[in-house]
Design a protein around this ligand. Sequence first.
Ligand code: CA
Length: 436
Amino acid sequence: MILHLNDTHDPALTSWVDTANEADTDFPLQNLPFGVFRRLEGPSLAIGVAVGDRILDLAKVLETGSFSASDALRDAAHQPSLNALMALPPAQHSHLRARLSAALSTTASAPLRRRVAPCLEPMSGVMLALPVVIGDYTDFLTSAWHTERHGRFKGLQEPLPRAFFSLPVAYHGRASSIRISGTDAVRPWGQIRSKDGSVRFAPSAAMDFELELAAYVGQGNEQGHRIPVADAGRHLFGYCLMNDWSAKDIQWWEQVLGPFLGKSFMTVVSPWVVTAEALAPFRGELPSRPEGQAPTPEHLATAEGTLDIAMEAWLQTRAMREAGTAPVRLSATTPRHLSWSFEQMVAHHTSNGCNMRTGDLLGSGTVSGEEASAMGCLTEMTAAGTVPLTLPSGERRHWLEDGDEVVLRARATREGFVPLGFGECRSRILPALPPG
Ligand code: CA
């Protein structure tokens, strides 16, 4: 289903929350992403909506009776995760978005503003939490550039596997170790093959980030029933940024069946879920498919374009932090470079009857393009650790070192629309645990 534009996307809309009208905010009135937060003074989690530098407490605003809401929505708003909200029919999400937009708009009546204002609080005064209980996590591999470069580094005869343009390649990831932005990753230990062929158990010496876009499943499907590609958009609730921390040396030795311990120690996501509806104006072209490839299989063929947003990865080393030097941008890319859309990933994932469940997380795979500036991981930038990257600080990196912090950001912009941001996905590498 192609999400149509409506009043909530109107670029002329402004909010009585002044910071939502600032040109560089990630959270203008046209965004309204959902998250889960904890007040500093209490342990309980609440669902919030970001607007400017404020968070609107969803349960609290529904209690004011300012606008109509189903019993199911009221119940969902009181949960400590977004899952029950995400499981509602898309029409209810759309209705809620329209009501929130109207209540926060400068066109809202004075009495309505008076009821809603006490439900807002400064974002700086709360802690954001993992917004979704993620049952299953699947990471795809949809950039031909990333896949082919990795294939070459590994010396594969066919660096881009034949299946790549036939289906969106994926593996089942580990959901238990997905963490919220701000959580640091301890360098993992694992089996590593040395140049002389010996294998030792040691801390990874090839730590890398992977810049990815990820999507949360809203309504799932019954086992045995496919989600047709034309309906897949209705099952995608929203999007976030994801850093798929990787220990490439562990991964490259173990990967007989697929990635395992080289990935499962930690994956980090950004806290705000930017809804598919908010991103409706930012659809790009059809997924890229080089000439000479067989046509997209019929059950995966779609008329819908991929998301066209600007994604970036930034690095700040410990030395840079101590010297007060700003982070350096390592990567500027876009999902336009990907060969498969999230709708196609959902259709493929369920094409054998596999059931998706509310809260499942799908990663795009590293979002890399053709240009060196659009490489979404260090492995590509350093030719698998053989050509070091020299940073403006003079430091060199074959791989990430302890204390290195990676920050992912994304922004959707299009002429005629108000730009939306994703917030950030931030995480640092901590030293490995001692032996034993
Ligand atoms: Ca990945």
